[in-house]
Design a binder for this molecule. Structure first.
Ligand SMILES: Cc1cc2nc3c(=O)[nH]c(=O)nc-3n(C[C@H](O)[C@H](O)[C@H](O)COP(=O)(O)OP(=O)(O)OC[C@H]3O[C@@H](n4cnc5c(N)ncnc54)[C@H](O)[C@@H]3O)c2cc1C
Length: 398
């Protein structure tokens, strides 16, 4: 089929994956619009991200790494703490952490406000081999030659295209929080401020690392200490009750800061000193508004559907043990742009060529993080020296 020129690409979802896809598709010659359902620019979602090369590849290849570097901080050790804060494992290990908001803002500036449409919630989809039609809840109807669904874990695109695929609960939730590093004791600060630090106990573990402060501060003293404490919660009534917010609404995907029922926060603070080493317990107890993300897996059998595709969490959502979610979303977009270049912009063959490699990356990541979860949350046999427990999208440390 002759390729119309220029072609129109629509990206649904204006987060990391969507912005990266929008920028790359425009570079490949598409007229691009990104539609985001949120009425306001996205802010401070996620407490901070482990910086992996794919996440910031756009900046690395287009100048502008300073925008992200300026708001990134780092650590130089990997540590495991014993029950009394003794360091039971320590190896040199360099990671950088950046602020979600800063990375989002820098991508947004590069895309430009004219191509980014807030308050646009996609509800309906029709597609054939010639065109895709999207319908929005505000009445807008948009036609496109290519539609990329980058609409995250509760993707509308996935539900329309693969209604049989549903998120699978892992058996545990991640309690998350951040504490300004100046607010913890100097003993705790010394232990945690320069490392990715784990503590394990029977069928639970916590991971902690420094991230830029809420105001973007990256100097020691002005950052935050961030953690995810993974705790097993039985699926069914127990989980449903916990994920019911203070107002009584169910929140199956995440419960934002300030919305967790007080009795669960009280229980968290009471349990922390009983289960965790003192430094980790101090972080948890000092958190003003801990929040909860149930840990879910999503696995799709397909990512390409003629002129429509799913990327990032809209396709595969993986437990966060590899800290690779944003990197995977960006990597899906890069591979898509490469496939379109190789196919001279011919969308359908490009998507067909793109799909197998992305399914493989998603499946491998899921396999890896499920194993990690089993060691930490089920068998309680995580070996700190096991390289398979390291962060990384494609494998340990990369
Ligand atoms: C506990 C925990 C810790 C994590 N830690 C890390 C980490 O350290 N590093 C990391 O890389 N990842 C981490 N992740 C994963 C990361 O949050 C996601 O993988 C990543 O945000 C996926 O990006 P995305 O662009 O695919 O989707 P999302 O960031 O979820 O964005 C989807 C966007 O689509 C919009 N949208 C949804 N539906 C519609 C619609 N119908 N119409 C229009 N817009 C819509 C949403 O509003 C949203 O802005 C963590 C996850 C969890 C649960």
């Amino acid at each position: 089929m002759a390729v119309r020129n220029p072609q129109r690409a629509v990206v649904v979802g204006g987060s990391m994956g969507g912005l990266t896809a929008g920028l790359l598709l425009r570079e490949r010659g598409f007229e691009v619009d990104v539609f985001e359902r949120s009425p306001l620019p996205l802010e401070g979602r996620g407490a901070g991200i482990v910086l992996q090369p794919d996440t910031v590849r756009w900046f690395a290849e287009h100048g502008g790494t300073e925008a992200v570097e300026r708001v990134s901080t780092g650590s130089s050790h990997l540590r495991y703490l014993g029950a009394n804060d003794e360091v039971v494992y320590d190896e040199p290990s360099t990671w950088r952490f950046t602020s979600w908001t800063a990375t989002y803002r820098a991508l947004f500036v590069d895309l430009g406000a004219d191509a980014y449409h807030l308050d646009h919630h996609v509800a309906g989809l029709d597609h054939d081999d010639r065109e895709v039609t999207l319908r929005f809840t505000n009445g807008r109807v948009q036609h496109a030659d290519l539609v990329v669904f980058a609409d995250g874990i509760s993707s509308t695109g996935r539900r329309r295209l693969l209604p049989e695929v549903t998120p699978r609960y892992s058996g545990y939730v991640g309690w998350r929080g951040t504490v300004p590093e100046g607010e913890v004791s100097s003993r705790t600060h010394d232990l945690l401020h320069d490392s990715v630090t784990y503590a394990t106990a029977s069928r639970t573990h916590i991971v902690m690392y420094p991230i830029p402060g809420r105001d973007g501060g990256t100097a020691i003293g002005s950052r935050d200490l961030n953690y995810v404490w993974y705790r097993n919660v039985a699926e069914g009534p127990e989980l449903d009750e916990m994920l019911t917010d203070k107002r009584g609404f169910p929140n199956p995907v995440s419960l934002q800061p300030g919305m967790v029922q007080d009795r669960y926060v009280d229980e968290l603070r009471a349990s922390a000193p009983e289960v965790l080493p003192p430094a980790a317990a101090e972080l948890v107890v000092r958190t003003a508004q801990p929040f909860i993300q149930p840990v879910l897996d999503i696995e799709v059998p397909r990512m390409a559907f003629g002129r429509v595709c799913l990327i990032g969490d809209a396709a595969f959502a993986a437990r966060p043990h590899a800290a690779a979610g944003t990197a995977k979303a960006a990597a899906d977009a890069w591979a898509l742009a490469d496939a379109l270049r190789d196919a001279d912009g011919d969308v359908v063959p490009a998507l067909e060529k793109w799909e197998p490699g992305r399914l493989e990356v998603g499946r491998n990541l899921l396999k890896r993080v499920r194993e990690m979860g089993r060691h930490y949350q089920v068998d309680s046999d995580a070996d700190p020296a096991d390289r398979n427990l390291r962060f990384g999208l494609y494998g340990p440390d990369h």
